[in-house]
Design a protein around this ligand. Sequence first.
Ligand SMILES: [Ca+2]
Length: 485
Amino acid sequence: MKLIPQLTSVILAVLALTGLATAQTASLTLDALPNFDNAGVPAARLDTVTVTLTPDSGPLTGARGATVGWGFSVTWQSNAGDKLACTGSRLLGEASALSTGYRDYIGILSGKTNGITGAGETWARSFVLNRSGVGALPIRSTALPGSGFVGKLLLTFNVYDSRGPDLGETLGSFEMLFDVTVLVATEDPVDQTITFASIADTTYGSAPFTVSPTASSGLPVTLTSLNPEVCTVAGNTVTIVGAGVCTLLAAQAGDTQYNPAPLVTQSFVVAKAPAAVAIAGRLTQIFSGAPKSLSALPQPGGLNVKLLYGGDTVPPTALGNHFVTALIDEPNYQGSAENFLSIVRGVSQADWKTASFSASEQANTTISGPQADPDGDGVSNLFEYALALDPMKASAAGQPKVTRNNGVLNMSYVRRMDVSDVNYTVEVSSDLITWQSGAGYTREVSATALDSIREQVVVADLTPLSTVTTRFIRLRVEVVASGTP
Ligand SMILES: [Ca+2]
């Protein structure tokens, strides 16, 4: 015969009457039970149960991210030799940002084999609230220190006959309810550290990239560039703005829970970007006693280039081969080129005279003099020399030509590259009286090499023919004293 329904209802009634269910230590006297007529057990009973929570007073405190729970001990005294087991626990409360879901924690404090077996025996067993038997009550790491919640801890017990939980008959069950409070401990700030991985060296012109320093606290890390002329940083994005060394400072200022993190830096090198440079100009030049120089063409254009002649910025004058280095001279670009500038002895008018005339002709100024015209082509020996013509052979080819081009007069003539004692000047005039030359009057349009010693030069008049009634252009050559090597 089973009396479970009656027992259950009566025990619940007792609970309601005694009002002990909300104490941290609850005692319950299971008396005045109805006929407990089971296996000869007398009807009169005086069973008591006392449950003590641990902690038994005050709130349960725990650090953020910690796991907390309650333990309890049970004292059971049964006149009838009945046995007791706790069959469940539930933590009841409203959902909260404090924990990751305490609303319905169920832990089976299985008591079947741990049932109290005799009158007056004390059964003490601590347990931690589990949720479905998996883990205890976890406090959120984001819960604010000092916050907390109030809930109810509901314990369920079963009473078995003297054969105990394993074999005995369930005589009834009852519940005990406790007020419980969880508080998040107010902790002193703890230390934190920053992890900041090394950064690979890079090159000016490379694309922005991101870095990802982290703090052990999980709080955001701020980045600052200590070399804003080399790199800037916005959030976690690093932008290269110049060559040099970039040092990034990572900081985390801390909060109520964490101390400021020790500062961490990472540095990397930003190399100059490669740039091309070509040495331009005439690599072989005629000695004249004046410095001879070259130029440089950088790519990208507009970059500054330093030209060194044998390591010196001063262009050389002396005969010989001069080692030339062109160096990109920029903060963010690098590049160089090398070559030789040869300064060679040029042909002189005297050399030309010796080569062009016989000994007797050289002695006769009517043949070899500068104004003589022995081949009768209307070109004086001076011009024959300046234009690299044969003074003893009449030739129309190779003489200067005047053309009209783009509305102005052009003078095209042959200029020797192997002499340094001839000055070539193109002059313009509107009246054959006043001749003008140089910048503002004429412009050299082109100079195209014909061979190793001659170039075809075109010079344009700057005065449009439409603005004048008459216009003249002429080539003037003069032999000057050249330097002595
Ligand atoms: Ca002639």
